[in-house]
Design a protein around this ligand. Structure first.
Ligand SMILES: [Zn+2]
Length: 334
């Protein structure tokens, strides 16, 4: 099978090669990858995190969907031909976190595509407990956006307690996670201010769209001066000071990424006096992925695609992740 691999790491070390097709072991499933989403984690796997990536040579790709090709011994409820999406946390299903339904915090956990081979290949082997069936109506682009883009946003909004009547600000609303944060906050009953330069963000259901430098006045107007209940900011140092300044009384800032830097000064007096909370969030649970599969199946979610590359174009796909002209999601279609 064809696969994108690296040995030492670094973009220059990536190449598409022919490998032997893997076979599923006991409790595992072989998935023919139909579509893989490209995310910052994949770039990090191939570069910053390459030393910890296993096995080697390593196939990155942490977000993908496809068709079951074969099932290993002991697998029930899945058969060849099933359309599936892959939950991307490696988890043991037996530690205290897993038993509490928090697989992304598994004590012996990891990430599919980093701690195992991923989906930038024609086939991938994954544990059956990571595989969820999806309906015929779901597009492969949307299916391949549920495990990271949608799930990360959904879990973050749930961690922040988003609900009817909340004013939710989404920073980076045109990004992979941002486009789903806007849609999901609307589904959860919130009023949404999308911070983005992309006009199409409005089509995702945002009530207001503003650039970062206009955020304050738009949030003031949208909230009648009360400011935001929740700000979702996955961007980091460059936007966090503004994001914190948008919070109203009892406001919650939720973060799950630091693309622009991981350090920021926080005025803790302002924080406690207005009872602000800063909430960390990572990935999501299998239960939440099931919720999203349900919502997608009912036609409640959509994804904006910018470019779809064949495996041979995966290096460009990874590099274009950070291109100014990017205007929607990037996919790899093996
Ligand atoms: Zn566990």
């Amino acid at each position: 099978m064809k696969a994108l691999v690296f040995e030492k790491g670094g973009i220059g070390d990536l190449r598409v090669v022919d490998l032997e097709r893997p076979s599923p072991g006991r409790g595992e499933v072989l998935v023919r990858v139909a579509m893989a989403g490209v995310n910052p984690i994949d770039y990090a796997t191939a570069t910053r995190l390459s030393a910890i990536a296993t096995p080697k040579p390593h196939i990155p790709g942490s977000e993908f969907a496809g068709v079951v090709e074969a099932v290993g011994e002991g697998v029930e409820g899945l058969e060849p031909g099933d359309r599936v999406v892959v939950y991307n946390r490696v988890f043991d299903a037996s530690c205290d976190m897993c038993l509490a339904g928090q697989e992304m915090l598994c004590r012996r956990g990891g990430l599919v595509g980093l701690h195992t081979n991923g989906g930038f290949a024609e086939y991938a082997v994954v544990p059956a407990r990571n595989v969820f069936k999806i309906g015929e109506a779901l597009s492969w682009e949307l299916a391949a956006s549920l495990p990271i883009a949608a799930l990360t946003s959904y879990h973050a909004l749930r961690r922040a307690g988003a609900g009817p009547g909340d004013l939710v600000v989404v920073v980076g609303a045109g990004g992979n996670t941002g486009m789903f944060a806007v849609q999901l906050a609307k589904i959860m009953g919130a009023t949404v201010v999308a911070i983005s330069r992309k006009p199409w963000v409005k089509e995702l259901g945002a009530d207001y769209v503003a650039s970062l430098d206009k955020a304050r006045e738009v949030v003031e107007e949208a909230s009648g001066g009360r400011m935001a209940d929740i700000v979702v900011d996955p961007l980091g140092s460059e936007t966090l000071p503004t994001s914190l300044s948008l919070l109203g009384a009892n406001g919650r800032l939720v973060t799950f990424g630091v693309l622009t830097g991981q350090e920021v000064r926080v005025d803790f007096r302002a924080l406690y006096q207005a009872q602000h909370s800063i909430i960390g969030s990572t990935g999501g649970t299998r239960r939440e992925l099931l919720d999203l599969i349900g919502m997608a199946g009912r036609g409640l979610l959509k994804v904006r695609t910018w470019r779809t590359y064949p495996l041979e174009g995966s290096i460009e796909a990874l590099e274009k992740l950070f291109a100014k002209e990017r205007d929607g999601r990037i996919f790899i279609k093996p």
